[in-house]
Design a protein around this ligand. Structure first.
Ligand code: B16
Ligand code: MG
Length: 214
């Protein structure tokens, strides 16, 4: 049975995808091409440098490795500026209540994000104390769909992967959870996240007994 939950951050706990989007768009525009919300879907759950490579492909640009790092840095500086203004009001509806219920019922809680900015975000929105374990982009080598981030989460919680349930909004994240035999609840659209065990559209009115249905 499920003893712990592993949460993705971006798109599950907070909507930082919109900040990633405006920062990548700003970069694309500086480089002379456009970047749409649809293009941004492909970047969800993907590492910073891989996201940049996908963006450059879209704009038909090729640059050397040094420039790549410079561009990724430029985007990240804007992103950091946006997230520095985040507060409690940006926690997605129902999330904090769900975390409280998990705690009350003895479930363990981990973060499984590939973002290097995860700690800053959790601190800014005031949720950091709910997490027993935080695995973020500073602790993993491989981004999703590699299962490393979730395996490290389970290990940190001292649980078998089968005892963990992952909450994910990205296709890459669902693939990662499936690869290590974890239950996965998709957060978002059923159409896009059809590989998840179940899909919820958000945490509003979702009870923790959803963990029994997986
Ligand atoms: P950073 P998650 C991911 O977070 C985002 O979905 C993805 O769009 C981003 O490129 C990645 O983090 C790296 O973020 O540039 O802050 O290190 O969904 O795994 O919580
Ligand atoms: Mg995500």
């Amino acid at each position: 049975s499920i003893k712990g939950c592993i949460f993705d951050l971006d798109g599950v706990i907070v909507d930082t995808a919109k900040y990633h989007y405006i920062a990548w768009k700003r970069l694309a525009n500086e480089l002379g091409f456009d970047f749409t919300e649809e293009d941004n879907e492909k970047l969800k759950g993907v590492s910073r440098i891989r996201s940049l490579e996908l963006l450059l492909e879209l704009g038909n640009k090729s640059v050397d490795d040094k420039t790549k790092l410079e561009l990724a840095d430029r985007k990240n500086n804007w992103y950091v500026e946006y997230i520095s203004k985040m507060d409690k009001s940006e926690i997605l509806p129902g999330v904090e209540n769900f975390l409280i219920k998990l705690k009350e019922n003895g479930f363990k809680i981990a973060l499984g994000s590939v973002s290097k900015n995860a700690l800053t975000i959790l601190k800014n929105v005031g949720l950091i104390d709910y997490f027993d374990v935080i695995v973020d982009g500073t602790k993993v080598i491989n981004a999703k769909p590699d299962p490393e981030v979730f395996l490290k989460g389970a290990e940190g919680l001292n649980l078998n992967p089968k005892e963990c349930c992952v909450f994910e909004d990205a296709i890459a994240g669902i693939q990662a959870a499936k690869k290590c035999n974890m239950k996965v609840i998709g957060v978002g659209s059923e159409e896009i996240l059809s590989d998840a065990d179940i899909v919820i559209c958000g945490f509003e009115n979702v009870d923790i007994d959803i963990l029994n249905f997986t």
